[in-house]
Design a protein around this ligand. Structure first.
Ligand code: SAH
Length: 239
């Protein structure tokens, strides 16, 4: 059996560093799935019929940039400080057998002409190959009654306070909001809010959370430089 790629997702994340560790954590992180040439557009349009009534889709995709490094049965989740190990199936690590990812993404809009789907809250790298879509439904996807959340309940979600250098706050960001084709461009206030939400998730690798250090994250076509000191992020420049 071969898996067919439906299309690739263009997102605001050209590099892995800084991508939220789960979907939905940064609602301003947008992505657009444009269907490929594997099928005629009319077939994709048929496959999309009825989607407009749903708010969220399960998006199955390939962690294509994890394949090169292979997978291991034991991984070190960043949430556990990048030290302790857990079995890969007790984690959402990209380095897993078959490199299949699954994100619950909010539909922002659907374009049947293109055809394409715009999503909010993505945790996907730009150009990620998408292999399946299915609607989210709380009756089927949220278990009834008591649930347990394993090791995840043992550690708090990483978080950081975010502050901005005056010089960056005063900067004109209008030339930075350019998005991949088909995605709405970011207004300067949206860009600031996006950067703030990404830094507030503390993107550092778990084992480097105790050092003061400068970091750079690539977004759309620009770099955000920031300093992390304990749990405070300071935005130093946008270039
Ligand atoms: N919600 C998904 C993904 C969780 S892991 C799931 O549970 O399967 C999220 C991380 O995957 C991101 O922080 C990013 O670093 C990484 N990632 C996203 N897209 C990727 C890709 N195409 N290849 C490799 N890694 C990717």
């Amino acid at each position: 059996m071969e898996i067919e790629v439906l299309g690739t997702m263009r997102t605001c994340f050209p590099e892995k560093f800084g991508i939220p560790r789960q979907s939905g954590l940064a609602p301003l992180a947008r992505g657009i799935l444009r269907f490929g040439s594997l099928q005629p557009a009319a077939v994709w349009r048929d496959a999309m019929r009825g989607l407009e009534g749903f708010s969220h889709l399960w998006v199955t995709f390939l962690f294509h940039k994890a394949v090169h490094d292979g997978w291991k049965a034991l991984v070190r989740p960043p949430r556990l400080g990048g030290v302790e190990k857990r079995g890969v199936w007790a984690t959402r690590s990209p380095h897993r057998p078959n490199f299949l990812g699954q994100s619950l993404l909010e539909i922002a809009s659907i374009d049947f002409d293109e055809p394409s789907i715009l999503f909010r809250g993505v945790d996907l790298l730009d150009h990620t190959p998408v292999v399946d879509l299915r609607p989210f439904h709380p009756d089927h996807d949220l278990p009834q009654g008591l649930t347990r959340d394993g090791w995840i309940s043992q550690t708090p979600t990483p978080s950081a306070k975010v502050q901005w250098l005056e010089s960056v706050l005063g900067q004109n960001l209008s030339q930075f909001g350019l998005s991949p084709l088909g995605m709405p461009h970011y207004q300067p206030d949206e860009l600031r809010a996006l950067i703030e939400s990404l830094l507030s998730l503390d993107p550092r690798p778990g084992h480097l959370r105790n050092t003061e250090k400068d970091w750079a994250m690539r977004l759309l076509g620009f770099d955000v430089k920031f300093r992390m000191d304990r749990n405070c992020a300071t935005v130093l420049s946008i270039e």
